[in-house]
Design a protein around this ligand. Sequence first.
Ligand code: TRP
Length: 424
Amino acid sequence: MAEIPANVEQPTQEQEINPWSVAGATDAEGNAIGFDYEALSKKWNTSLIDQALLDRFEKVTGHKPHRWLRRGLFFSHRDFDRILTKKEKGEPFFLYTGRGPSSGSLHLGHTIPLTFTKWLQDVFDVPLVFMLTDDEKALFKDSLTFEETLHFAMENAKEIIALGFDVKKTFIYSDLKYVSNHILMNTWEFSKLVTFNQVRGAFGFDGSTNIGRILFPAVQCVAAFATSYPEIWTDEPLKERKKSIAEIQCLIPMGIDQDPYFRLLRENAHKMKYPSPKPALIHSKFLTALQGAGGKMSSSDPTSAIFMTDTAKQIKTKINKYAFSGGQVSIEDHRRLGGNPDVDVSYIYLTYFEDDDAKLEEIYNKYKSGEMLTGELKALAIAKLQEYVAEFQERRKEVTDEVLQQYMTPRRLEWKGTAQPKVK
Ligand code: TRP
C-alpha cells in the first residue's frame, strides 16, 4: 500500500500576470493574498511613479495630477518623464491605447485606464489612436469567432466613445476592419525583427500555439508607430512611410498586464527602417474585485464586477451584498474596535471615485475609529459609483451609428497641445 504522506504543505502560489491571465498570489491555505505591484515593477524593471514625477507633471501641465496618480492606481511607468519633456518643449507626441473586445459591454475595471486616457488627452491636448483587438480575442479564446469579436468591437467602441473622448482628436479602429498599407508594412517589418524564441519567452508560447497568436504581438506593437496612420498627421496622401513621422513619440496608458507586449516594442522600435523613439508607458493596477484585494474585476464572474450597464439599484445591491467589508460583526464591536478601511472594498472604491482628499481622509479616520458604520460607508461608495455609471449611461444614449462612424473614419486629427509635425 502506498504511504500517505504526512502533513503535506500546499505550495504557496505566486502571482501570475500576463496579457491573457491574471491571478493574485495565494497563501498555503489557498487564500488570496493579492498582488505585489512593487515586486512586479522590480521584476519587469519598470520605474515607480514618485512624488518628484508628479510634481514635475503639475509644473509642466499646470494640472493637479489625477487622483488615480495621487493615490497610486497608476503606479509605474517607462519614460513618462521624456513625454513631459516633449510637452515642455511643445514637440509632437501622441497617445495610444486599446481594448480587447471579449464581451459586448465593459465593466468598471475596464473603464479605468480608458477614463484615465481621456483625462490625459484633455490635459496634454494631443491625438489619440485607439485599437480594438478583435483579432486578438478570437485568436486567444477558442470559444469566440471572428464575427463575434468584430461585433463586440463595434459595441465596445460605442461605450468607449461614451467615456468622453474628443472626436477631433481621436481615431478608433478595429483590427479586423481597418488595415492600411502603412499598418501592414509596419507589421511585416516588425515581425521580421522578432524571433519565435523572443515571443515564446515573453508570452509562454510553444510548438502547438497557432501562428496567428505568434504574429499578433507585432500587430499590437506597431500601432504605437506614428507611421501607421499618416492620415492623422497630414492631408497629403502619403504613399510611403516618412522618417519625420516615425520620430513622433507615443505614450501608452495600460493595465500592467500589457507590459510584455511593449517591452518587445521598446527593444525593437529603433531597428525599423524609419526608427521610432521608444514609446513611453504608464501602468495601472487592477481594479479590486467586490470580494476584496485578492482578486480583480472579471466579466466572467458577475458578482466580482460592476458593469457599466448596471442600474442604480443593481449597483446598490451588489455593494451591499458582495463588497468585502472591513467592519466588525456587531455594531457594538464596531464602535469599540473600529473598522479596517484598508481592506474594505467600499472604502477602496471611494479612493477611486471621491476626488476630495480631505473628505476621503475624514472618512478613513471615522471608519477606523468606529464612528462611521459599514452601512454608512457603503452608502457613500454606492452614491459615487451610481453617479459615475449614470453619467456614462447618459452619454452612451447619444452615441449613434453615425457618431461611431465619425470616430472610426481615418482622417486628419486636430489638436493644440503641441506643435504640428513637419512632414518631410
Ligand atoms: N490587448 C489589449 C486587451 O486585451 C488591448 C490593447 C491593444 C491595448 N493595444 C493596447 C491595451 C494598448 C492597452 C494599450 O485588452
